[in-house]
Design a binder for this molecule. Structure first.
Ligand code: NAP
Length: 431
């Protein structure tokens, strides 16, 4: 039987596993995950107030339930086992570990206390064990969010939503309390290009107009009268709806306790402050051929918190060629027997379902390359022996089900779950 290891139990790995079970029903697939919990960004990236998006977990559960699939949790590639170990044990290895670290602005002041990348900040309120100790500085009345993508909008909502608005979310309770206690009056959302260049999508933007205690404000002078010409019809419709929504924000006379200032053509050039952040210096831009070009005019925004939401990268790993934060690959193939899917393959773009087609295309490559090759490797039995030999405590699908039930059982009020936020807590709950 062909043996396949998938590194990472997030959406791209699970879509790949599902495709493989359909095309190669006899293959044995081991999904090796660093945490005892599966689902990657669906659990710890998707905003906790977007429970509808998280419903895809039910489909992933069905994939994990298949007889030929195993979830092996609490195993770190690079320390518990190496990529080379896996390549020696499995006929095919698919890297699906995403792009979990933040891109950097590369400007002065980025290391000041109070400046966080969205991978860290989102991971913190979503209960990712890597960020359990983040304890962000939330005592200021002003916050700046840098970036104009959907992650930036997620962070905005989480900062300004009331406890009532978060009642059915699975935000981590301690993070929720810290966010609610913040004396916030002003949030700036800064995009380096123009309003119609923004990467956020219409439905996420509209949500900002429906918040209980926050009014989005846009300077009408920053909005064009019309969207650019020549866009494909689908894009044009979306951009028109986006522009209309922004024009509505600009015309609104609402005045709620928190103001969300949407600033376009504002490129951050320095984070200000001595030890902790006190503000951000922006340079006004003009957009030329789709690029933000500095005008030399600057302005400062005072704040005690900065969250950058400017994209993610895949960290270095022995045996994995990485350039500019993405694994070097050709249609998902890295080398014979080694493949990559998801954000590690194509960079941090697209929604959860985008990964389905992407992973299935790589599954097609895997199957074509396998051809009639006879399986020759030790597979899962070999991995089990190696991990036992190294004293690695692994977790299983059953263990995840136990954690899942425990998280749901300890949830209060209308929250769907109260997450374990450290691996130790998870392992203790399993003991
Ligand atoms: P994104 O959509 O690529 O947006 C990144 C933003 O950062 C852009 O506005 C970009 O500006 C800006 N940026 C990049 N480098 C910068 C720099 N050096 N200085 C200033 N600004 C900079 O990425 P994302 O928001 O992280 O989202 C990742 C993917 O997940 C996207 O495909 C997104 O749609 C998806 N997602 C979807 C949802 C949802 O469907 N609800 C929620 C969250 C995420 P430029 O455009 O000028 O480069």
């Amino acid at each position: 039987m062909t043996s396949i290891a998938i590194i990472g139990a997030g959406p791209s790995g699970l879509f790949a596993a599902d495709g493989l079970t359909r095309k190669l029903p006899d293959a044995r697939i081991d999904i090796i995950e660093r945490l005892p919990t599966p689902f990657g960004l669906v659990r710890a990236g998707v905003a906790p107030d977007h429970q509808g998006t998280k419903a895809i977990q039910r489909q992933f559960e069905r994939t994990l339930d298949k007889d030929t699939v195993r979830l092996i949790g609490n195993v770190t590639i690079g320390s518990d086992v190496t990529l080379d170990d896996l390549r020696g044990l499995y006929d095919v290895v698919i890297f699906a570990a995403g792009a979990p670290i933040d891109r950097h602005l590369g400007i002065p002041g980025e290391d000041l206390t109070g400046v966080y990348g969205s991978a860290d900040f989102v991971g913190w309120y979503n209960g990712h064990p890597d960020q359990a100790n983040l304890a962000p500085a939330l005592d200021g009345s002003g916050a700046v969010i840098i970036g104009n993508g959907n992650v930036a909008l997620d962070v905005c909502r989480l900062l300004v939503k009331t406890a009532d608005e978060m009642a059915t979310s699975d935000v981590v309770p301690a993070a929720a309390s810290a966010l609610q206690a913040m004396p916030l009056t002003d949030v700036w959302l800064a995009g380096r290009r123009g309003a119609t260049d923004a990467a956020f999508t219409f439905s996420e933007l509209s949500e900002l107009g429906e918040l209980a205690r926050c009014t989005p404000r846009v300077d009408a002078e920053q909005l064009p009268d019309a969207i650019p010409e020549g866009l494909p019809p689908g894009d044009a419709r979306m951009k028109e709806k986006t522009l209309k929504t922004l024009q509505g924000f600009a015309a609104s006379a609402e005045d709620k306790p928190i103001t969300l200032h949407m600033a376009f053509q504002a490129n951050p050039i320095e984070i200000l402050g001595a030890e902790r952040v006190e503000g951000v210096r922006f340079e006004r831009t003009r957009v030329e051929d789709g690029r933000a070009v500095g005008t030399g005019e600057t302005f400062d925004v005072p704040c005690g918190l900065v969250v950058t939401a400017i994209g993610y990268q895949t960290p270095a790993l022995d045996g994995l060629p990485i350039e500019r934060g993405v694994v070097v690959n050709n249609g998902g193939k890295i080398e014979d027997g080694l493949y990559v899917v998801g954000w590690a393959k194509r960079g941090p773009s697209g929604t959860v379902p985008t990964n389905r087609a992407d992973s299935l295309s790589v599954v097609g490559e895997v199957i074509a390359d396998l051809g009639d090759t006879a399986p020759s490797k030790a597979g899962g039995d070999g991995l089990d022996a190696l991990l036992a030999d190294r004293g690695v405590r692994t977790t299983s699908l059953e263990d995840w089900r136990t954690l899942d039930a425990a998280e749901q059982a300890r949830a209060t009020d209308d929250h769907p779950r109260d997450k374990f936020t450290t691996v130790d807590d998870m392992l203790n709950a399993l003991s």
